[in-house]
Design a protein around this ligand. Sequence first.
Ligand SMILES: *Cc1c(COP(=O)(O)O)cnc(C)c1O
Length: 228
Amino acid sequence: MQTIADRLINTRQHIQKATVSAKRPEHSVQLLAVSKTKPVSDIQLAYEAGQRLFGENYIQEGVSKIQSLNSLTDIEWHMIGPIQSNKTKIVAEHFDWVQSVDRLKIARRLNDQRPADMPPLNVCIQLNIDEEDSKSGIKPEELPALVQEIVTMPRLVLRGLMAIPANNVTPAAQQETLATLQALYNDLASQFDSVDTLSVGMSNDMQAAIHYGSTMVRIGTAIFGARQ
Ligand SMILES: *Cc1c(COP(=O)(O)O)cnc(C)c1O
């Protein structure tokens, strides 16, 4: 049976291969290990195998893991799930990153509630790039207005964009989506020095996402096994 350490090695190899085949610099794609629903002990095993970036979807669960593992000070915790406005305070007080900022109200509250003794909160704007009803995120045409607001907020640092492209689409449709996302990201990065992150690509579309400029892939099942 494969251990979490084995599966991390495999995942890193896949990322490495895709990066080389896309003719991109080595280490230009980071791995976010998505540990939602998995126990703290699994995160510890991944940590011992060298993993430092972890992603959580559910606020209470994520915060309780952050608190249990607070002695591991070099973990970077990323919130990647939807956030209701009455939950922003606890997110602002615990996470290092929020990748799922999808409206002005959430950004404002995170900015207001980020504690003064913590570094500014790193944020990505979540784009609903294929405009699917089932997914959160803003439409591409709403991006400039939200960006203009966020870059004025002193307790937030705009790091980039996050998206979950539709699956079960043709390769051509997938490529078109990824190319659109890459163009939006490049445009943003050319305007703001703080922007260095395009968070796109999961197990099934990682290779294509890396080809289209992803700088961070989010992988859960391939590292921790299937969820209940
Ligand atoms: C769950 C989740 C992932 C990881 O999904 P897997 O299929 O387990 O690799 C990545 N990104 C987001 C936003 C998720 O919710």
